[in-house]
Design a protein around this ligand. Structure first.
Ligand SMILES: Nc1ncnc2c1ncn2[C@@H]1O[C@H](COP(=O)(O)OP(=O)(O)OP(=O)(O)O)[C@@H](O)[C@H]1O
Ligand SMILES: [Mg+2]
Length: 452
């Protein structure tokens, strides 16, 4: 398929002339005599470049260039300027134009510029694609970690970033749920607009309602001016609903309705305001249990949980613990100008055997403190907090019992699985992640043990 070029000039004859010239050079072209129509055309067609006149009656070429780039960042725009008007050319380039050409237009020269522009844009897209492919191997955005669970997570995130589907990020505190949400936003088609977060646990229902949907002036006693809700403000971007499990039950039907209709009505208002946003929710509760216990609506769960992303707890990310610790030490040492370089092996061992209930955040705080306390160029045991220094790893398999108490290996497996399950308060999903089992396998084993 030949690259398609959009030509915009309020002089029909000029459009036809350029179109004929570009066709001769192997391009496909569409022309419009008004910038407004051209913008509509741009939204529907897949164009490789735009050629526009600068002096047009309704909407000038500069304004058109800006709007084009808002709609299609990176699309090459070539501007036709009046002979000798360098000022106009400079402002066009400032507005983001790829290049300019003077009148009277030399069609051959124009074709060359267009060809170069299209090739440059193709290369740029290819570089972006390759960079993305390379990145997803060992990191994703600012997420650090090379453990198998993290690599699986990066692959999933790379796939979901391209889609519009709602994400539900589940995981314990400090596992990086917000970091994941921001990284997905930056990789998505919503990256050019805002990422706005609301913590559903931090506000009473009434405030939260106006935060979501906005309000008109006078909607309630304190509403002295109108306020746009988060979906309106983030239009074209991402809304992050943190701790969605804490969302008051009375707000749930209204949020569901908005997500379904893709529009909001401000409190006290009458008109429906449409929005186009990616919704990402996060929770550290098990929402299926919340549904069973009547605290969360099942229909809302289905709506927000189109794709579920599990943020793995730090204790199942084995070697990532040391990798992250090193990164945090480097960062804090640099920030505080302290000559701390790494971990002594006794400290490293202790970090590996600790179970990190506060996950990455806890490790981060712990390293910040250690860098501040360190008396040498290494972090040693004494620089770690008391709870980690005195932590004793699970004694499950260490036994002083004699042969009479030895048991077959599957018995050990059963005890261990039940112990992990109990530690998670019966949450099978979390237990399966920690055990490295898929959910079905865990179910099957529990059934064997007669546990429902
Ligand atoms: N994989 C990671 N790589 C680097 N830094 C991380 C990673 N995961 C988490 N962090 C860091 O740990 C801290 C906690 O992350 P974040 O706030 O995203 O966690 P959370 O899951 O949203 O926690 P909470 O449930 O408590 O809100 C942040 O400072 C974040 O930058
Ligand atoms: Mg968070």
């Amino acid at each position: 398929m030949n690259p398609k070029i959009l030509i915009v000039d309020d002089d029909k004859g000029m459009c036809e002339l350029i179109a004929a010239g570009l066709t001769r050079q192997g391009f496909e072209s569409v022309w419009k005599t008004s910038a407004i129509e051209a913008l509509e055309e741009l939204a529907s067609g897949n164009f490789a470049a735009v050629v526009t006149d600068l002096n047009m009656a309704q909407m000038g070429g500069l304004e058109f260039c800006k709007r084009t780039l808002e709609q299609r960042p990176g699309l090459p725009v070539i501007v036709i300027t009046a002979f000798g008007s360098m000022d106009a050319a400079v402002s066009a380039i400032r507005a983001g134009a790829y290049d300019f050409i003077n009148k009277p237009v030399d069609i051959d020269a124009l074709s060359l510029i267009v060809e170069r522009a299209v090739r440059a844009a193709e290369l740029q897209a290819e570089v972006a694609r390759l960079r993305k492919a390379v990145d997803t191997g060992t990191n994703f955005g600012e997420l650090i970690g090379t453990s198998p669970v993290m690599k699986r997570l990066y692959a999933l995130l790379a796939r979901v970033a391209d889609s519009d589907a709602s994400l539900l990020i589940c995981g314990e505190t400090g596992t990086g749920k917000e970091l994941i949400a921001r990284a997905v936003h930056r990789r998505s088609r919503f990256a050019n607009a805002k990422f706005l977060a609301v913590n559903c646990a931090a506000m009473p229902a009434q405030l939260l309602e106006s935060e979501f949907f906005g309000h008109v002036r006078g909607a309630f006693t304190d509403a002295s001016s109108a306020h746009a809700g988060i979906f309106e403000q983030a239009n074209g971007g991402t809304v992050f609903l943190d701790e969605i499990g804490e969302l008051p039950l009375e707000l749930q039907p209204k949020l569901l309705r908005s997500l379904q209709e893709r529009s909001v009505r401000r409190l006290g208002g009458t008109s429906e305001i449409p929005f186009d946003v990616r919704v990402i929710c996060a929770t550290n509760r098990d929402l299926e249990t919340e549904v069973e216990e009547g605290r969360f609506r099942e229909d809302l769960l289905y709506r927000i949980n189109v794709i579920q992303v599990d943020a793995p707890p730090l204790r199942v990310r084995d070697n990532d613990i040391l990798l992250l610790a090193q990164r945090f030490i480097d960062a804090f040492a640099e920030r505080t100008q302290r000559p701390v370089e790494g971990l002594a092996s006794s400290a490293a061992k202790r970090l590996l055997s600790y179970d990190w209930p506060g996950n990455v955040r806890e490790l981060q705080n712990c390293m910040e403190r250690a860098v501040a306390l360190a008396e040498h160029n290494k972090v040693v045991l004494a620089d770690l907090p008391e709870r980690i220094r005195t932590h004793h790893p699970s004694k499950l398999l260490v036994t002083d019992d004699g042969p009479a108490d030895f048991v077959p290996i599957h018995e050990i497996e059963k005890r261990y699985i039940l112990q992990v399950l109990e530690a998670y308060g019966g949450n099978k999903r979390q237990a399966a992640i920690t055990l490295g089992l898929d959910r079905k396998t865990l179910w099957r084993k529990l059934k064997q043990y007669g546990v429902s």
